[in-house]
Design a protein. Structure first.
Lengths: 370, 396
């Protein structure tokens, strides 16, 4: 049993933490908020340069990591500053699916992804599919895709999209889902991009007889989707832990400096106890992320049991920490200008990607309780 | 013990409901239902409609142009207003300042300001909180120094709700630094158009700008605008706060929110069936509905006692805490119900957009959740309310 980082990972963490601390200034955040993509080109290039994207892939895939603990490490650091760069979308979902299923030509795209030169997005969820991974109504006829895709994060910035479509079976069947690589400027593809509450952008995408290149075997995309989703869930959960750490620090600092009734409000035992409860839940979330990081490449049953356990716990902790930190700050915690606002919004939105507490509690019941 | 309304109370409810059905403009109720922001003109339009019926000042006596309603009638009126998605009556002049003037103002102040409140001639805002005086309100530092027939005011107020619309502000100002902090505070009415006043909007976590900072730089205020006696303002401030706490439970808001939550949960599909059929989610709705049923009765217990002449005391603190917990839980469940479509950021500028991202009902649900975090912070934070309960009821 050893919970220490390896030397290589420790170096990556130190370098990444320093880099993000320097880059993620209030000025950058406001510049990002007004940008077309919702994140910074310069930071993305910097992340590629210090090897953050490469850390998501194995040596065989052209990276130098690829394990659950690599994903958790970098995602947590991004969370610590509320970074909005599309590590999950371009790296784990787009790049991850190509790494898992791509032929030799397609694998060549990974080099561009790792170098920071290609943006990607997964266009899978559809209006009304909510968090159901197997619900796909988009059709494919003679290699042409038609349908609608919902809340495609990074869809507007992506150079190419991974699109799911149903080649056989009923709308909610796991079997019969095929994946395609589609160019962003492919004929028949239209999108409407918009900002997200937690930062970054997403797009509503319509496909009308849009050509795509098959990725993997026809009708057999589900397992790879589930695996990519598991790794993305690990990343967003680790990101949430980073966000919660940052929020905890902001809040304790505020409790030490804000004075009412003649003393710092952190001296009030009622508030101390609430901070203590927050800390306990953050540490629970950190352990849950470690559990998932250690099992994210395990068999589907073990993997998904941990995915659902972790996402449930993280979702609950995220709500508690976001709400309590705003409350303990009082009015200042409600203001856009204060650093908490962006972090808290991003944290609250974690429960709306890759399944919420409700979805994952229900799935955990099916996998590990009932 | 009788849980039923009297025949007269039931008839009154019908009268209110019929009036709202006939006179509440659909344009306004649509905005309220969708959680959209109301303009100054929207508020003024609705106030004028209520004033024409004589129902604008629910907590004022008849002699001043109010309704003379008792607490149960006020409760029924507020309940029907919320169910009909009527705009909330802007409270600063009507619910807050009006009662203070009636109790402590001079005859001149009453005869001048009260009719102007009813007629919508003035839009009042509240100058209580300061950067260093939030929960600890007695720490106010904005000063008013007597100079001939005027006071000279310097300092800063914050969290001034809808101050951007206001032409008048009632302020707690420090007129003495001697003795107890509470004994050096005065209650002053200030024209927002006076030279030396600057209003700066504060953008909130949901992107909206409903609160402001107000800066006073050598602002000259006629001494005739002092309410009551100098250095007695703390008494008036506390009196005002008890009036602010009428309808503090927000039972009507919670009921309307619960109905909306259920509508959305019926429309959303999860795993091939309506979300409301999901037993885990349904159980959470049930929990909040059960809480609301009991809270509504707690509210009526306090309302009935008030109608019988007992001043609401620390009970209103219980209602504030439970009421805000229930409303915030409903907001959280509603945001959860819209699923991934909680993620798009729909700014106020886009909220009237006819081509929403995702279902129309999903718009503004996240904004509302974020914005209503304020419920447990403002009007005396829930922590302050717990301290009041501990001291005043439990005598700890």
């Amino acid at each position: 049993m050893n919970f220490d980082l390896t030397e290589e990972r420790q170096m990556l963490q130190d370098g990444l933490r320093r880099y993000l601390r320097d880059q993620y200034t209030p000025a950058l955040l406001s510049q990002i908020a007004d940008s077309e993509t919702g994140w910074s080109d310069a930071v993305w290039a910097g992340l590629a340069e210090i090897g953050v994207i490469g850390a998501l892939f194995t040596e065989d895939q052209g990276g130098f990591g690829g394990a659950g603990f690599d994903i958790a490490l970098v995602a947590e650091e991004l969370g610590r500053v509320g970074a909005t760069e599309p590590l999950i979308d371009t790296g784990l979902l787009g790049g991850g699916l190509i790494a898992a299923l791509g032929n030799a030509d397609q694998q060549a795209l990974l080099e561009e992804v790792i170098a920071g030169d290609r943006q990607m997005a997964l266009a899978h969820s559809e209006p009304g599919s909510r968090y159901d991974l197997s619900r796909v109504a988009t059709t494919v006829t003679d290699g042409k895709l038609s349908g609608r895709k919902a809340v495609v994060v990074n869809g507007g910035a992506a150079d190419s999209l991974i699109v799911s479509a149903r080649s056989s079976g009923d709308v909610a069947d796991e079997a019969g889902i095929s994946l395609f690589i589609v160019d962003a400027d492919a004929p028949g593809l239209t999108g409407r991009s918009y900002p997200l509450t937690g930062g970054g952008h997403a797009a509503e995408i319509t496909l009308d007889n849009t050509p795509g290149t098959p990725l993997g075997a026809a009708g057999e995309g589900f397992q790879a989707l589930a695996q990519a989703h598991a790794r993305a869930t690990l990343a967003i959960s680790a990101e949430a832990v980073g966000l919660m750490d940052a929020i905890r620090t902001l809040t304790t600092d505020y409790l030490k400096t804000r004075k009412q009734f003649g003393q710092p409000i952190g001296k009030f035992q009622a508030l101390q106890h609430r901070m203590a409860d927050m800390l306990i839940e953050i540490e629970q979330a950190r352990s849950a992320v470690i559990n998932l990081a250690g099992h994210v490449d395990a068999d589907a049953l073990v993997r998904d049991t941990h995915v659902s356990a972790t996402k449930t716990l993280v979702g609950q902790a995220a709500r508690l920490v976001a709400e309590e930190s705003i409350q303990l700050h009082g009015g200042i915690g409600m203001t856009q200008e204060y650093a908490l606002a962006h972090l808290a919004r991003r944290l609250v939105m974690v429960d709306h990607r890759f399944g919420d507490t409700l979805y994952h509690t229900e799935r955990f019941v099916a996998l590990a309780v009932a | 013990m009788d849980l039923h309304y009297t025949d007269a109370q039931t008839a009154f409810r019908t009268e209110v409901r019929d009036f709202l059905a006939e006179h509440l403009p659909t344009r306004l109720s649509d905005k309220v239902r969708k959680g959209q922001s109301l303009t100054k003109a929207d508020h003024e339009e609705w106030h004028a409609i209520l004033n024409a019926r004589g129902w604008l000042a629910g907590n004022w006596p008849v002699e001043h142009g109010g309704t003379g309603w008792d607490a149960v009638q006020r409760h029924i009126f507020e309940d029907e207003m919320t169910k009909a998605h009527a705009p909330r009556i802007v409270p600063f002049g009507l619910a807050m300042l009006g009662p203070v003037l009636m109790a402590f103002g001079s005859e001149d102040q009453k005869s001048y300001w009260l009719p102007r409140i009813l007629n919508g001639d003035d839009w009042w805002c509240q100058g209580y909180s300061e950067p260093g005086a939030g929960s600890d309100l007695a720490a106010v530092r904005t000063t008013a120094v007597r100079d001939g027939d005027d006071y000279i005011v310097n300092g800063q107020k914050t969290w001034t709700t809808l101050g951007q619309h206001a032409n008048m502000i009632f302020c707690l100002v420090r007129t003495s630094n001697e003795g107890k902090r509470q004994e050096g505070i005065s209650f002053l009415l200030i024209d927002m158009n006076s030279p030396g006043i600057t209003v700066r909007p504060i953008v909130l976590i949901d992107g909206g700008a409903e609160v402001n900072e107000v800066f006073f730089d050598n602002v000259r205020v006629p001494a005739a605008n002092l309410v009551g006696a100098e250095n007695k303002g703390w008494t008036y401030a506390k009196y005002l706060l008890t009036h602010e706490r009428t309808n503090i439970a927000g039972v009507g808001f919670a009921s309307a929110g619960l109905e909306q939550l259920k509508r959305i949960a019926r429309a959303e599909q999860s795993g091939g069936q309506p979300l409301i059929k999901n037993p885990l989610f349904a159980a959470r709705i049930a929990q909040v509905q059960i809480d609301l049923m009991a809270m509504a009765t707690t509210n009526l217990r306090v309302v009935s006692a008030a109608a019988a002449g007992q001043a609401p005391g620390a009970e209103s603190s219980m209602l504030k805490i439970k009421g805000t917990q229930v409303r915030q839980e409903i907001n959280a469940l509603t945001m959860q119900a819209v699923g991934p479509y909680a993620m798009p950021y729909v700014s106020e500028a886009l909220e009237g957009d006819n081509d929403p991202v995702g279902p129309a009902y999903a718009q503004a649900r996240t904004r509302q959740y974020l914005n209503n975090r304020k419920l447990s912070i403002y009007g005396g934070s829930n922590e302050v309310q717990r301290s009041i309960i501990a001291k005043a009821i439990l005598e700890l």
